[in-house]
Design a protein around this ligand. Structure first.
Ligand SMILES: [Zn+2]
Length: 338
């Protein structure tokens, strides 16, 4: 089968690999219907994450179950499934409290930018759709697998809701879908921080009421200006750098909440400033599995259309071009068809 392998920063190739097989009785093998390139795939692509050996890429997926292990009960061959980037048993105490991405048996899921992939803990990880979804729902269901679920967690962790002013730092797919999530949760005002016209337009479509183009301290000043000098109630951080994290914390009012979902890279928090800020911080890898049933339902009922973040679609064989387009910010998010 064909699979996307990253050999070194900037070096992504689609190569022939062995088709994955069942290794544990709790595994499933799925045939990918669509996959995509994640903003977090750009960290190793840009050399910000080290790569010790060639890596099979991709952790966002929708597909059709091909085969299941002998202990799998909830999914069967032929079903359409959506999963998340961490496999979880969905039964342990941590899973039952809504933190499947912190499952005591959690395991990374990888190699989704391929024709087939192996999903561990299939019963806990995969969610089936009631029937084979229409082709036009595939991009949105794929978005639910990571970027929508992650934006959703960001909004939830930031306690977005009725009466709240929400600010979003980061205009990648996660930031944009955090806007959609905040809107669904009933936020009154949503401020998107973006200086990119196409992304601003999508932000507005997803529910942003205001756009702030300034960054860093200037961005913070602008948010304060828009909120009677107080800062936002809820700020979602969807980048993962020191600058974006401090921008999020400083744009939050005393007593407010930051939901941070950008994968943290060398971020260090100043203790004394945190002490006097009265800001709540919550974040991490999103428990996407917890939200999947609700997100799938919203998508299939046509209430949300998160698939709009995909502004470039390529055949799997052109994955390298997909990485390049996202790296150069020519595309918000790239969908790959195996
Ligand atoms: Zn668990």
């Amino acid at each position: 089968m064909r699979a996307t392998i990253m050999h070194a920063p900037g070096d992504v190739r689609v190569e022939e690999r062995d088709k994955p097989t069942i290794q544990q009785p709790t595994d499933a093998i799925i045939k990918l219907v669509a996959a995509c390139v994640c903003g977090s795939d750009l960290w190793p692509y840009r050399g910000a994450d080290s790569l010790n050996k060639p890596a099979a890429m991709g952790h966002e997926y929708v597909g059709i179950v091909e085969e299941v292990g002998t202990d799998v009960r909830n999914v069967q061959a032929g079903q359409f499934v959506v999963g998340s980037f961490f496999a979880s048993d969905n039964t342990c105490e941590i899973c039952r409290s809504g933190y499947q991405s912190g499952c005591v048996h959690r395991e990374g899921v990888g190699g989704a930018q391929a024709e087939y992939m192996r999903v561990p803990l299939a019963d806990g990880t995969l969610v089936t759709t009631p029937e084979m979804p229409d082709a036009d729902k595939i991009p949105s269901l794929l978005a639910a697998s990571d970027v929508l679920g992650t934006g959703w967690f960001g909004a939830k962790a930031a306690e977005a809701g009725p009466g709240k002013t929400v600010a979003v730092v980061g205009d990648g797919a996660v930031g944009l879908l955090a806007i959609l999530a905040a809107k669904q949760m009933g936020a009154e005002r949503i401020i998107a921080m973006s200086r990119h016209a196409a992304r601003q337009a999508l932000a507005r479509e997803f529910g942003a009421t205001d756009i702030v183009e300034e960054r860093g301290d200037d961005g913070v000043a602008k948010i304060k200006e828009l909120t009677n000098g107080l800062g936002a109630h809820s700020v979602i951080e969807a980048v993962g750098t020191q600058e974006s994290m401090m921008q999020a914390i400083r744009a939050t009012r005393a007593g407010g909440h930051v939901g941070y979902v950008g994968v943290s890279h060398d971020v260090e928090l100043p203790g004394l400033e945190m002490f006097f800020s009265h800001v709540h911080l919550h974040g991490g890898p999103a428990p996407v599995r917890d939200y999947l049933p609700e997100l799938i339902d919203l998508i299939l009922r046509g209430e949300i259309n998160p698939g709009k973040v995909f502004d470039l679609e390529l055949p799997l064989d052109e994955a390298a071009e997909g990485y390049k387009a996202m790296d150069e910010r020519r595309a918000i998010k790239v969908l790959l068809r195996p």
